[in-house]
Design a protein. Structure first.
Length: 96
């Protein structure tokens, strides 16, 4: 089974255009307004989860050729104030 949502542990998360799209789809605050890194063609691999009886879908990046592991990168890069402004508790919020 693929690892689910690897972006939060990637050293490039705040710079990544693909993650920027995922943030928008999930209605979550952006780490940056102008990402400057685009994963190579054909990557990342995105799993799309559809919810029964609805038109809703969730995107989860499960593999990426440009993934550079850095555990906890997303949490370190997301400003507490950005989460608070968006209505999320910065102590408990985990991106989906």
């Amino acid at each position: 089974a693929p690892q689910m949502f690897i972006c939060v542990d990637c050293a490039l998360v705040e710079r990544c255009t693909a993650y920027h799209v995922v943030e928008a789809k999930h209605g979550q605050p952006h780490l940056t307004t102008s990402p400057d890194f685009t994963p190579r063609e054909g990557s990342p691999t995105v799993q799309i989860l559809y919810f029964n009886g609805t038109a809703e879908a969730e995107l989860d990046v499960c593999a990426c050729a440009d993934f550079v592991e850095e555990k906890g990168r997303w949490r370190r890069m997301m400003p507490r104030g950005t989460l608070l402004k968006a209505g999320f508790d910065p102590d408990t919020f985990v991106p989906t």
